[in-house]
Every structure is written in C-alpha cells, then in structure tokens.
Design a protein around this ligand. Structure first.
Ligand SMILES: Cc1ncc(COP(=O)(O)O)c(C=O)c1O
Length: 495
C-alpha cells in the first residue's frame, strides 16, 4: 500500500491556523513572505509599480477592455536599476551591426546571468573532476555539489539533503514515478490536472497505468483557465495515493491555490508533487510551508543552465526505493542522482542563485533571495500590467487570462483571429527580432480543451526581469502593424 503507514510524510503547514492573515496570505502563505514590508530603492527608479499585489488586488488591476493604466492609479516602485540588471546578461549586450534580440520567451527558458556563465567557465577552466577523490579538483567538485544543494535550499526553503539534481524536470519526475511503483496497487488512484504541463502528468499517469491504478483529472475551467476546485473532495478520496499539480501554468500564468489541494491530499494521506518549474522564476518559494512531498523545478527557467532540480521531503526520500546502481550511494540525496552529474551545470546554478541574491538585501542568503525575488516580481508586475492592457485592448486578439483576483505570473497566451500562431511568431521574429514562442507548450490537455490546436496553438509572451518598458512599447507597435497588415478584414458581404 502506498500510504502514510509506509511513507510517513511531512505534514508541515497543513491545518495551519490562517485567522488574521490577509487574503493573499490565506491563499498563498508560502509565497508571500514579505509582502507587507516596504522594499527600499536600490538604484534608479524607472517607473511606477503596484507590486505583487497586482496579482491579488482587483482594485489595483484596471484590466477591463478599454481601460488603460494611468500613472495616477499606480504606486511608487522600488526597484533595481534596469540598466545594471540588463548588463548582467551577456545575451542582451549590443553587438555591432546586429539588431538586438527582444527576448519574450522566459517561460521557455530565460537568458543566463553572467554570474552563471562565469561560474560554469570557472569550474571548467580550473580543472574538472569526478566526485569522492583525494585530489584537489575532486574535492572542489564535492564541495560544489554541497554548495549547489545549500543554495537551492536557501532559494526554496528546504533542507540541503532534500535537494537532488538531474537532467531536467521531466527526467526527474519519471525517475521518481518509477521508484514509487512498489507503493501503488490497482485499487489506488492518482490525481493530475488539465491545466498542467504534461511533464507533471505523464510520469504519474505512466506509473498508474503500469500498476492498473485509476487516473483522475482535476478539470480546468475553459472560461477562467483556473482549476475547478469545487469538487476536490470527490476527486481526491481515501483511494488517492498521489496528487500532482502545477503551482503556475506555463501557458496562462494562472497560479493555482495548491495549498487547499495539499490540505485535502493530506487529509487522505496522499503524496503531493508540485511542479514549480514555471513558478520559481516569478514567486518566492517556501517548500516547508507549502507542505508538499516533492517539488520540481529547472534552473534554465531562472537564469541558469539546463539542469533539473527535485526537492523531496526527507521523510519520503529516505524510504524511496530508487532505481540505482548497487554500489552507488544509498543515502539521500545522492541516491536519486544516477551516474555522473552535470557538474558545470550545478556551478552555473549556484551562479544563477547568486544573481538573484545580488538583487536583494538582508543578513542571510535566504533573506537576500526572497527580497531579490520580490524585486523581480515588482518589475515584471509593472510590465505585465502593460502587456495585459495592450492585449485586452486589441479586438483581434483573444487573450487566455484568468479573471481579476486570480494570481498570475507575467505569462500571456493569446490567439489572433484566423491567423496560425506560427505565422504570427515568424512575422515578429523576421520584422522585429522578437523571440516569441507558439504551440501548445506541452499543456496539451488544456490546448485540446480550448481547441487552439487548429490555429497552431497559442502565441505566448513571457516576461523576465530583463525586459523593459521600451520593449513592451515596441511589442505594441509590432502588434498593431501585424494586425493592420497581416490580418484579413472580413469582406462587406461577410459582415
Ligand atoms: C510548467 C512546466 N513544467 C515542466 C516543464 C518541463 O521542464 P524540463 O524541460 O526541465 O523537463 C516545463 C518546461 O517548459 C514547464 O514549463
């Protein structure tokens, strides 16, 4: 049986008393650690921002069609220097006689921070090695892995022994799913969602299919692009052994109230896997408060190299019978890390985390990281407000965005009437050097439900902290030009 008797999990955070907290904290206590603290200025003030409250407070989000943001309804912004921040990304530096790229595909992968590049080059150029040797480069590599785990622990608030590395999130999810096999029987149920990237669906569905267990989906509402949590008690039952849910959609940006899903899962002693791949680049994370069993993310989504990260609660990790080589380490976290790891990638991850840290302040790395993340969110929030406004005020555009009051990341999925998504992104790339992605983004259940596949899926604009207001203005200009030159107007007879 795959239950708490066999796998005691950390139930921290569950049933926490929430009285007296703000609505935001009630819904997302693990994210909003410092939301009421004013953020001091660190550099030039480049605009005005209404902070992360944008995600929550309807009164601060004037997003109805034909309502444009005005400076009077904005609040002062506390920010990093945009210029300095952009200088920290080598891919953004101007190259003579070359048109600069405008990177709008953060959700597909951000650009890499110079600190991450330097750390990778530093590791490689000072002598690489495998682990557990008596010689200096090997000792340095052992230290590097330890430091990588500690840096992730500070970013996500978990123990460093709970942090394992892998090729990418998908591979780690499959590996964890495979090792959960002995705990699942044909009378058990596995719950996934219609909103998620398939990387947080198929590993668990494959596991269920292997064992003859039942798979249930938490439905996505086709009008609000949020999960339907009303019948959670019927979906997550005494038979449920695993619940896999994404914290934030990589298509619509919808941030899901995972806390209530975790609370329900814990009532029936089910394990919870959170896909935080799209959340970690935008939200301050707290694994301990979250109270899930597994959290997965990827360093290339937050300024680092292509590398996957799994956080597994020690109580579960200790008991996980992973597939591994017999002589390889038995102890956590190494036991999940089959073969030789991507050492230079882990060095880059440490550099990426140092970059986030460098944006924040405080006396500990954790404090610096949380305040760095809040500054990133502040900046993205300002830009997201404008992107949303542009898209909502363009009649030919259909925006797939959750309503006011639903928290969201700065990620926008849209279609343009009668135009294939690939045609749109090709035009933007050719004419404006804009890197904008199209497709179903592996959120294929949602894509099917919303019937966007005939048009080649969605066009997706995803923001990162290095994006600027000027870039957004150029995007607006490009969009208007595209609409006026490429979108066929209906003939009078058709009207
Ligand atoms: C929300 C989400 N989950 C999972 C993944 C898969 O991550 P990886 O490429 O590290 O396997 C992605 C990748 O885009 C994603 O956006």
């Amino acid at each position: 049986m795959f239950c708490s008797k066999n796998l005691p999990f950390a139930a921290n955070g569950v049933g926490e008393k929430l009285k007296g907290l703000t609505l935001t904290r009630k819904l997302f206590p693990f994210i909003w650690l410092q939301q009421n603290k004013p953020l001091p200025y660190i550099g030039s003030v480049t605009g005005k921002c209404h902070n992360l409250r944008y995600l929550f407070r309807a009164d601060l989000r004037k997003t109805a069609p034909n309502v444009r943001p005005t400076q009077t309804n904005r609040q002062p912004m506390s920010q990093f220097s945009e210029q300095q921040l952009r200088e920290a990304f080598p891919a953004l530096r101007p190259v003579e006689n070359k048109k600069p790229f405008l990177f709008f595909d953060g959700p597909g992968g951000t650009q890499m921070a110079q600190q991450a590049v330097d750390a990778m080059v530093g590791y490689i150029s000072q002598g690489m090695a495998n682990l557990h040797g008596a010689f200096p480069t090997s000792i340095r590599t052992d230290d590097l892995l330890l430091e990588g785990r500690k840096a992730v622990a500070d970013l996500l608030n978990c123990a460093s022994t709970e942090v394992a590395f892998g090729q990418n999130m998908t591979s780690l999810a499959f590996s964890i799913a495979r090792s959960l096999g002995p705990f699942l029987t044909s009378s058990d149920e596995v719950v996934v969602t219609e909103l998620d990237h398939r990387a947080n669906v198929d590993p668990w569905v494959t596991l269920a299919n292997d064992k003859g267990a039942t798979v249930k989906f938490i439905p996505a509402n086709p009008n609000t692009y949020t999960l339907e949590l009303g019948s959670l008690n019927e979906i997550i039952t005494e038979n449920t052994k695993l619940v896999a849910v994404g914290l934030s959609s990589n298509v619509t940006g919808t941030v899901t109230d995972v806390q209530s899903i975790i609370a329900r899962a814990k009532e029936v002693n089910a394990l919870v896997v959170i896909d935080a791949v799209h959340a970690v680049p935008h939200l301050t994370m707290d694994f301990k408060k979250l109270g899930c069993d597994v959290l997965l993310c990827s360093a290339y989504k937050f300024f680092g190299p292509h590398l996957g990260i799994a956080v597994i609660a020690a109580s579960l990790f200790e008991k996980l019978p992973v597939y591994k080589l017999a002589p390889a380490p038995q102890a956590i976290p190494d036991k999940l890390e089959t073969g030789t790891q991507n050492h230079e990638g882990i060095a880059g991850l440490v550099g990426a985390i140092q970059f986030i840290q460098s944006l924040g302040e405080g006396s500990t790395r954790r404090e610096q990281l949380t305040s760095g993340m809040l500054r990133i969110a502040n900046h993205e929030d300002e830009l997201a407000y404008r992107v949303e406004s542009i898209l909502m005020n363009t009649p030919e555009v259909r925006l797939y965005r959750a309503p006011e009051g639903t928290p969201k990341t700065p990620t926008f999925a849209f279609t343009i009437e009668n135009v294939n998504a690939r045609e749109v992104t090709t035009w933007f790339a050719r004419n404006y050097n804009m890197c904008i992605a199209d497709g179903h983004f592996y959120a294929s259940t949602l894509a099917e439900k919303l019937q966007v596949n005939p048009l080649g899926g969605w066009v997706r604009i995803g923001l990162a902290p290095y994006n600027t207001l000027e870039e957004i203005q150029l995007f607006e200009q490009a969009l208007q030009e595209f609409i006026s030159t490429q979108v066929k107007k209906p003939q009078p007879s058709q009207v």
